[in-house]
Design a protein. Sequence first.
Length: 252
Amino acid sequence: MASAAVRIPDPRHTRIPFDFTALGPQIFIHEGARQALERRLELAFGGPVQLAVTDNLRRMVSHTRVRGTRRVRVHMMFLGAPERVRQALVEYVVRGDRRASVVVGEFINANSHRIRASRPVLGPLRTRGNAHDLAEVLAAVNAQYFGGAMGDVLVTWGRHTRPRAKARSTIKLGSYSATERLIRIHPALDREWVPRYFLSYVVFHELLHHVIPAVPGSLHPPALLQREREFRFYERAIVWEQKNIGRLLRSQ
Ligand SMILES: [Zn+2]
């Protein structure tokens, strides 16, 4: 079933609505990123453009012309695409450039894991905890590190698997399910004493799993580990985890 596209305001100014309909989770589009791409298309086209960002399963790029206005629909993966790809997208849409279409096609192939989750998320998602609001954390990390292109990822407080009596020496703080396109954050992190930057780090790490698929034999390929260091408080987060893992284990 098609998800409804919702435009979100600047997360710095407004609380983000995070409602779910019976039709399934909605996608959240970074309005600033959408407008920037729309403006770019208008400049290249030399006329008005309406850009819609979609979560389509099949059509990644489409465009029609309606009374002088170019209506363009692109999959949300393009909002976070490298500059080279966004430029090719503009050339492809506006001029039908063939070389540009190859670049766009390759980008789609490389990002096919981002096309809508095959398994719908079961059960309600809980983003607002007692101490931290995961929707806020995700929106902030998405805006700061991914140009708002991660609006198709969902988040909830929840355990990856049920904790067993014996398995108390480790704790999985976050997990990412590609089939559900869902990040689960362990409820042990929903404490006042857990700093926001640490929670952001865990969410950032799980988002990297969404962007960089696992390779055979490694859930954390070098590209993922390298990218992880871009997180502003990376060192601080690692140190905090080492210092507090015991406390986290006791509070789970
Ligand atoms: Zn991981």
